[in-house]
Design a protein around this ligand. Structure first.
Ligand code: ACO
Length: 338
C-alpha cells in the first residue's frame, strides 16, 4: 500500500508582551502611519527576559500534540526550524524533546530563515514517505527581537517573536501533502543576514577579535523585489508538482513579512482577497513561525474549511524560498473528541 502523510495538529506559542507601533515611535524616528502603510503591521509580540526560543517552541509543541491528541512517546522525530536559537547546542529540538517527554524521538534543528518551516515540513514528509517514521513534529520558532538593533528603524519595526508547530502523521494510501518545492541562492545571502558574534577569524596582528554583538542587517528594497518574484516562482512550481493550477487553491498562506508583499503577489497571480490568509497586522514577521501561526490564527477564525487546498509559501534569508501544497483535513480533537 502507498504511504502518505497528513497534517493532524497545529499549535502556537506567542509571547504575551505586545509592542505597538506607538511604542516604537518612542524608540526610533518612525510613525504608526509609516509602519502601517509600508508593512501592514500594527502590533508584534516580543519575549521578556524570562522567555526564550525554546519556551515558545515547547508551548507550540504541546498545543499541536493536544490538537492531534497524540501521546508524546509516539513521536518519532522533532525538527525545529529556527535561525535565532538560544544555544548553538543543545538544539531547540532537543530541548523540546526533553520538555514534552517525547522519549522515543530523534531531534534536530535546521536553519533556512523564514523558509525554515517549508524546509522542515519537506524533510519530515520525506521521513514519512520512506516509511522510516510515522509521527514527525515540525516547529518554526524565532525570537528576532534578541537579534535586532532597536536603534535601526529599517529593521526593528518589522519583526515579532513566536513559534508555530505542525504535527505530520503517516496516512496509509492517502497523501495530503500534495507537493513540496525548495530553492536557495547563497550568492544573494548578504541581502539579509545576522552574523554570528563569536565566529570571526581575526587575522593575527591585524584585526581585533570581534566581541561585539552583531545585529540583523537587511537591504529592504532588494528583499522586497526578491519576495515578489520568489513567491510566484515557488507557488507555480509547487502547483505544477501537485498537478493543480493556481486557481485551484482555496487559501494562499504566505510567509507573513509584509501585507504589501502579500497583496502585490496575490494581485499578480489573480488570487482573490478572500483566499489570502494573513495575520501580519497582529504579530509582525515571526520568521520561521509565521506560516504555522497564520494557519493557527485562521483556524481560530474559522477561515480554513476542511478539505481545502492550501498553498504554503516561504521566502527569506539564505536566500531561500519554497512552497508546499497541502489538503487541510485536521480537526482539533480537544473540541471534537472521538
Ligand atoms: N519609519 C520611517 N521611515 C523609515 C522607516 C521607518 N521605520 N524605515 C525606513 N524609513 C525611511 C527610509 O530611511 C527611507 O528614507 P529616505 O528616502 O530618506 O532614504 C524611506 O523611509 C523609504 O525607504 P524605503 O526602503 O524605500 O521604503 P520601502 O517602501 O521600501 O519600505 C520596507 C521599506 C518596509 C523595509 C520594505 O522594503 C520591505 O518590506 N522590504 C522587505 C523586507 C522583508 O520582508 N524582510 C524580511 C524578509 S526575510 C525574513 O523574513 C527573514
Amino acid at each position: 500500500m502507498l504511504i502518505g502523510a497528513r497534517i493532524t495538529g497545529v499549535g502556537a506559542g506567542i509571547p504575551k508582551s505586545v509592542v505597538t507601533n506607538y511604542d516604537l515611535e518612542k524608540l526610533v524616528d518612525t510613525s504608526d502611519e509609516w509602519i502601517r502603510s509600508r508593512t501592514g503591521i500594527i502590533t508584534r509580540h516580543i519575549v521578556q527576559e524570562n522567555e526564550s526560543n525554546a519556551k515558545l517552541a515547547i508551548e507550540s509543541a504541546i498545543d499541536a500534540i493536544g490538537y492531534a491528541d497524540v501521546n508524546p512517546c509516539d513521536i518519532d522525530l522533532i525538527i525545529v526550524a529556527t535561525s535565532t536559537p538560544d544555544n548553538l547546542y543543545p538544539s531547540t529540538a532537543c530541548l523540546v524533546q526533553g520538555a514534552i517527554g517525547a522519549s522515543n524521538a530523534a531531534a534536530f534543528d535546521l536553519e533556512a530563515a523564514c523558509t525554515g518551516i517549508i524546509y522542515a515540513l519537506t524533510v519530515g514528509h520525506q521521513f514519512i514517505l520512506t516509511g522510516t517514521y510515522k509521527k514527525v513534529l515540525v516547529i518554526g520558532v524565532d525570537v528576532h527581537s534578541r537579534f535586532l538593533d532597536w536603534e535601526d528603524r529599517n529593521t526593528c519595526i518589522l519583526f515579532g517573536d513566536g513559534a508555530g508547530a505542525l504535527l505530520l502523521e503517516q496516512s496509509p494510501g492517502d497523501n495530503e501533502i500534495l507537493s513540496t518545492y525548495l530553492r536557495s541562492d547563497g550568492s544573494r545571502g548578504h541581502l539579509i543576514c545576522i552574523p554570528n558574534s563569536n565566529s570571526s577569524f581575526p587575522r593575527e596582528g591585524i584585526d581585533q577579535p570581534v566581541a561585539v554583538k552583531r545585529f540583523l542587517k537587511m537591504n529592504g528594497r532588494a528583499i522586497y523585489e526578491f519576495a515578489i518574484n520568489a513567491i510566484p516562482d515557488a507557488l507555480n512550481e509547487a502547483c505544477q508538482k501537485a498537478n493543480i493550477s493556481v486557481s485551484d487553491i482555496d487559501y494562499l498562506i504566505p510567509h507573513q513579512a509584509n501585507q504589501r508583499i502579500i497583496d502585490s503577489v496575490a494581485n499578480k497571480l489573480k488570487i482573490e482577497s478572500h483566499k489570502l490568509i494573513s495575520n501580519v497586522a497582529e504579530v509582525g514577521n515571526t520568521s520561521a513561525a509565521s506560516i504555522p501561526l497564520a494557519i493557527w490564527q485562521a483556524l481560530k477564525n474559522n477561515q480554513i474549511k476542511t478539505n481545502s487546498i492550501c498553498a504554503l509559501v516561504g521566502f527569506g534569508g539564505g536566500l531561500t524560498w519554497g512552497a508546499s501544497i497541502i489538503k487541510w483535513t485536521a480537526t482539533d480533537k480537544r473540541l471534537n473528541p472521538i
